[in-house]
Design a protein around this ligand. Sequence first.
Ligand code: AMP
Ligand code: ZN
Length: 479
Amino acid sequence: MTLYVYNTLSRSKEEFVPLQGNTVRMYVCGPTVYDYPHIGNARSFAVFDTIRRYLEYKGYRVTFVTNITDIDDKMIARAREEGTTVRELAARFTEEYLRIARELNLKPATVNPRATEHIDDMIDMIQHIVDNGKAYVVDGDVYFDVAGHEQYGVLSRISKDELAAGARVEVDEKKRDPRDFALWKAEKPGEPSWESPWGRGRPGWHIECSAMGARFLGLPFDIHGGGQDLIFPHHENEIAQSSAAYNIDTPVKYWLHNGFLTIDKEKMSKSEGNFYTAREVLDRHDHQAVRLYLVSAHYRQPLDFNEAALEQAQHSLDRLRNAAELLRGRIRVLEKAGDRAKGSDRELKESVARLREGFERAMDDDFNTPSALAEIFTFVRDVNTLAPEVGSAGTLREALAALTEVVGVLGIDLSGGAQTVGAGAAALVEGLIGLLLEIREEARAAKDYATADRIRARLGELGVVVADTKDGPTWKIAR
Ligand code: AMP
Ligand code: ZN
């Protein structure tokens, strides 16, 4: 079936045809590692992970590059505020980002290039732009000449006149035209800097992504992703840089942009202060429920953040897990008993076929995850009614495999491994068990053995094994 994707460049859904055979080369703007990412940033990560997984589901070989911005204005400002180095700050929050990536079950990227490790690539690209007469040097700064680049505005569709009205020159900038933007910034005291043909300095933010994309994917490549806030100026500037450096009209074929995570209809953002960090949300909730929540809306639509939506995601996740458990339980029973042919398999087999077809139809329509989820839950209802009647373990295994595979595309792991709870939830469990054991000790001291035994028995039913030692009770979770 044909995949259609909404391309911001054409403002329309286009048939997806990779530039080269069966391979897809894809770049997604990654985090600036100056602080904890908020849950809105996490939406962008989860959305593009699902898009990548669906491309792989369809049989494409995907090279997935997502950068780590470890040098830019925000990094420098924050390091200064905290009295630390940019390098230390970057190390701390890169680790934090990678932990969040694991907890959200993001498939590891093919490469996670760090900007500071590719300064040479950036210098090289800037040199090409200068050589092509599309950039100029002033006192160690290098600026892109917007007026001289005819294509400028192709992505954002902002005209150069509108731009001129909106742009302003910062006090310390020396550009000729307020619309121009910095490719290279001359060294300032106390800032990290690198040698370059224009003197010591550091790259501008936009050139970082252009250079790392070109380095790892070559130009042109297939898909470039990021949040809608990046369309202008970041991605507009990326197109301008890559096309000016290498005389390529269309350095990226498809531009995909995710909608915002909002709070009370406002974009979640650090600067507005209306944000929750991904860390605090993951600490309070089942990681997989957070992941499901993040992909529950269509990726281009806004997604509002509230507790009810997270609870809803938890409920949906529980239904998925229960259906998988039901299937596993029935498979075990039938395997023990030997397949009984008397049950009917036909309906469940048909339902599996409908699931795959419906899921693919939804996802082929610009990755319509809410519609895909609706198909999945129709299937879950079928499983709940049909599985108890099915006669062959093979059919049940097919159903389990199909369910596991399609939810896997959404980043949900039903493989039956340990369920992940946030560190906060784990601490809470520990605290609650400790409290129950304290009450049990008090009951024993008061010779209320009935209460003491009941607490121990009930904990046992929940899989918590209590042992009394000479140093007091200890517990562990069986399984
Ligand atoms: P940053 O670390 O600020 O460069 O952002 C990382 C990614 O998160 C970028 O693709 C942003 O466009 C995206 N992003 C930022 N805020 C939001 C939001 N409220 N909702 C969804 N995506 C966002
Ligand atoms: Zn970028």
